[in-house]
Design a protein around this ligand. Structure first.
Ligand code: F0G
Length: 360
């Protein structure tokens, strides 16, 4: 029997990418083995979009420990908060950040306060915040208002802010780009990503640049960001006071990392565009029903964006496109059940099953 038979291999993003992250031997690593998510080759989508010789990959972040990409940033933010002897953390959230903050805080005994827009977050995310033991505070307002309140509450440094204006969040999230390059052997030509508070597009762009500088990749991708049409401040060039979209995760009217998103767009030669709720809905169903990948509506916004561009003949042949699917479809059961799927309830007999199978 070997000595390390029962040892647990540390495989979180901090251990994997320590040399690219602002951590030291004194940083307590709070991890749930986040990251290392699969890059899944799209099969139905390129056919549907008639894209010849173009490879599309889904970076499926819904398989992180709390079901979204936020875990990459949160392992860093919580580890650094602990290193700084913080006793409590706080965030505003459309749901995923609060789920992730609550989980990582629970793991190391930090108090966690989450401010969420009342009635506007997906049920799965709300359940997570409660069950991981956070103090959930509903705000009669939207995300942007909640974030302002969190900034006010954390100003004196007593409570650590863990939204993506905390730079350690961006540091952690940039590892998504590292993994893409590690898996593909180089960066893709295009990276499509949904944009809400704009932290993630900022983080991916930082990651791609740092990896190239370190000689790990030869090319840089063009960053393609997509906002929901009813919550598209960056596309419109002005804040949206009352953002609305079915993709509640990106229902944000005044993104904190607005500037970062513009840099990612302009430095990479990419674009930021909007997609309608109908387009998001189409993409949401398509990737689940045709690719077997169940992601939440906000994630589908990036797929919808790629479809919109493909229809205009935007993509050249022989290119690779990576789409970040930011969160799991299981997060939002109400939206998932909002379609008019036929419900077959039958008597427990073979005949009844046969009739149902035959569509009678
Ligand atoms: N996709 C999902 C599933 C998200 O939860 C978010 C953001 C985004 C995309 C957009 O990422 O904000 O970095 O541009 N959710 C935040 C939250 C706002 O509170 O969970 P972003």
């Amino acid at each position: 029997m070997t000595a390390h038979k029962y040892a647990v291999k540390k495989i979180g993003i901090i251990e994997r990418y320590q040399e690219f992250l602002p951590v030291t031997d004194r940083t307590p690593i709070i991890s749930l083995n986040e990251g290392n998510t699969p890059l899944i080759l799209a099969e139905a989508l390129p056919l549907e979009l008639k894209l010849n010789n173009i490879r599309i990959y889904y970076k499926f972040e819904g398989l992180n420990p709390t079901g979204s990409f936020k875990d990459r940033g949160m392992t860093m933010a919580i580890s650094k908060a602990l290193e700084d002897h913080s006793k409590a953390v706080m965030c505003a959230s459309t749901g995923n950040t609060s789920a992730s903050a609550a989980a990582y805080a629970s793991r190391c005994g930090l108090k966690c306060f989450v401010l969420i827009p009342e009635g506007k977050i997906a049920k799965g995310k709300l359940i997570q915040a409660y069950r991981y033991g956070a103090k959930v505070i509903m705000v009669k307002g939207n995300f942007d208002q909640a974030l302002e309140l969190v900034k006010g509450m954390t100003q004196d440094g007593q409570i650590t802010l863990v939204n993506s204006i905390n730079p350690f969040r961006i540091e952690g999230q940039k590892t998504g780009a590292f993994e893409v390059v590690d898996d593909l052997g180089d960066a893709p030509h295009y990276h499509a990503i949904p944009v809400g508070n704009a932290g993630n597009i900022t983080a991916y762009w930082k990651g791609y640049q740092e990896y190239k500088r370190a000689g790990r990749s030869e090319v840089l991708p063009k960053m393609l960001g997509f906002q929901a049409a009813g919550a598209a401040p960056i596309v419109l060039g002005r804040p949206v006071e009352k953002p609305e979209t079915i993709a509640t995760a990106i229902r944000i009217g005044n993104p904190a990392s607005w500037k970062g998103a513009l840099s990612a767009r302009d430095e990479s030669g990419g674009l930021i565009d909007s997609v309608t709720d109908d387009e998001i809905s189409w993409a949401y169903r398509f990737i689940a029903e045709r690719e077997g990948v169940f992601a939440e509506p906000a994630s589908a916004a990036a797929v919808a964006g790629v479809r919109k561009l493909a229809k205009k003949g935007f993509f050249l042949e022989n290119t690779r496109i990576v789409i970040t699917l930011t969160g799991s479809g299981l997060k939002d059961p109400d939206y998932a059940l909002s379609f008019d799927d036929k419900i077959h309830t039958i008597e427990p007999t073979l005949d009844a099953v046969k009739r149902a199978v035959a569509g009678k």
